[in-house]
Ligand binder design. Structure first.
Ligand SMILES: *Cc1c(COP(=O)(O)O)cnc(C)c1O
Length: 329
C-alpha cells in the first residue's frame, strides 16, 4: 500500500538536503506583471546546481539510502536532468551511478552526465525502453533504482521547491508548474496546499505527448506515443503501473494546460529577451501559458522556471525565430 506524500515528508526532506542544494531566488517579472495585471513572480530554479530542480529529489533519495544500499550504487532511466542530478548526488557520496536513456535525449545532456563520472547506457527510442534496461540491471547487478518521478523520496525532495515558493510569496493565489511524470507537480502541490490550502496549482505540459493529461482524462494511467518536442524534459510516459504521482496529480492539481510548440518557443524567447534568462523548453512552459492567455489569476502568481539545460544552438535558433519553421519543414 502506497500513500501520498505529506507536508511532514517534505519538511523532513528539506532537513536532509539543506546544504546540498541551493535555495533559489524568486523575482518579480515586470513585463509579465504588466501584461497579466497581477504580480507575477518567477522562481528561478533553472539556476539550481546541475541546471534543474531534479537535484532536490535525487539528493533526498540518495541521502535516504542505508549504508548497505549506498554500497550497491544507484541506477535510473532519465530524459537527462534526473540522470544528471543523480550522477551529481551519487558523486558527492562517492557512489556508483548507472544512467540509462533513450536515443531521443539531446547530446549536451548526455555529455554532461558522462562528465560527472556516471556509467551511461543508450537504449532504444523511448523512455519506456530505457526503463526496461534499468529493471534488467537491477535484477542482474543489485543496483538501487531511483526513478525520475514515481518514488516517495523523489516527490518529497521536489516538494521542497513548493515550500520555498509559498514562503517567498505567501499570498500566491496561483502556482504554475511543469507537468510530465508528475513528481514535481505532486511535490509542489503537496507543499503549497499543505501550507496554503486556498492556493491553486496548475500543471502545464506540451500538447505533443502529454501522458499525464491523457491519463487524468482517461481516469487511469495510459500510454501515449513519445514525440519530439521543444520541451524534451517533459517527454515520456507516467508508467502503466504508476504508484504515486497519478493519484496525487488527480487529487491535488486544479487544472492542466497544454501548449503548442509555437507557444513554447514564444516562452523561451520571452524569458531570454524580457527576463534575460536562458531556459530550456520545459522550463519556459509556465511563462508560455501566461503569454498564450491560457490562465487567468486575480492575485499574485508564481511561475516556475524548472531548468536551463538547452542545447545552445537550439536556443540561438529559437531566439532568432527559426526553430519552428525548420522543425515543420
Ligand atoms: C523533469 C523535468 C520536469 C518535469 O518533472 P516531472 O516530475 O517529470 O513532472 C520539468 N522541467 C524540467 C526542466 C525537468 O527536468
Amino acid at each position: 500500500m502506497t500513500r501520498a506524500i505529506t507536508l511532514q515528508d517534505i519538511r523532513a526532506a528539506r532537513e536532509r538536503i539543506t546544504g546540498k542544494v541551493e535555495r533559489t531566488p524568486i523575482e518579480l517579472s515586470q513585463s509579465l506583471s504588466e501584461r497579466c495585471g497581477v504580480p507575477v513572480h518567477l522562481k528561478l530554479e533553472h539556476r539550481q546546481t546541475t541546471g534543474s530542480f531534479k537535484l532536490r529529489g535525487a539528493s533526498n533519495a540518495v541521502a535516504s539510502l542505508s549504508a548497505e544500499e549506498k554500497a550497491r550504487g544507484v541506477i535510473a532511466s532519465s530524459t537527462g536532468n534526473h540522470g544528471r542530478a543523480l550522477a551529481h548526488a551519487a558523486k558527492l557520496e562517492g557512489m556508483r551511478a548507472v544512467i540509462c536513456m533513450s536515443r531521443m535525449v539531446p547530446r549536451n545532456k548526455l555529455d554532461e552526465i558522462r562528465r560527472l563520472g556516471a556509467d551511461v547506457r543508450i537504449i532504444g527510442d523511448s523512455q519506456d525502453e530505457a526503463q526496461k534496461e534499468v529493471e534488467r540491471l537491477v535484477a542482474q547487478e543489485g543496483l538501487m533504482m531511483l526513478p525520475p518521478f514515481d518514488h516517495p523520496d523523489i516527490i518529497a525532495g521536489q516538494g521542497t521547491l513548493g515550500l520555498e515558493m509559498i514562503e517567498q510569496v505567501p499570498d500566491a493565489v496561483l502556482v504554475l508548474v511543469q507537468l510530465s511524470g508528475g513528481g514535481l507537480a505532486s511535490g509542489i502541490a503537496g507543499a503549497v496546499k499543505g501550507v496554503s490550502p486556498g492556493t491553486k496549482v496548475i500543471g502545464v505540459s506540451m500538447a505533443r505527448g502529454a501522458a499525464m493529461k491523457v491519463s487524468l482524462d482517461a481516469g487511469r494511467p495510459v500510454e501515449v506515443e513519445e514525440l519530439p518536442t521543444l520541451a524534451d524534459s517533459l517527454g515520456g510516459g507516467i508508467g502503466l503501473d504508476n504508484r504515486l504521482t497519478f493519484a496525487m496529480c488527480r487529487d491535488l492539481l486544479d487544472d492542466v494546460i497544454l501548449l503548442s510548440e509555437d507557444e513554447i518557443a514564444t516562452g523561451i524567447r520571452h524569458a531570454y529577451e524580457q527576463e534575460r534568462e536562458i531556459v530550456e523548453g520545459a522550463g519556459a512552459v509556465g511563462v508560455a501559458a501566461l503569454l498564450a492567455g491560457k490562465v487567468k489569476a486575480n492575485g499574485p502568481v508564481v511561475v516556475l522556471l524548472s531548468g536551463r539545460n538547452i542545447d545552445m544552438n537550439t536556443h540561438r535558433r529559437i531566439v532568432c525565430g527559426k526553430a519552428i519553421a525548420e522543425r515543420d519543414a
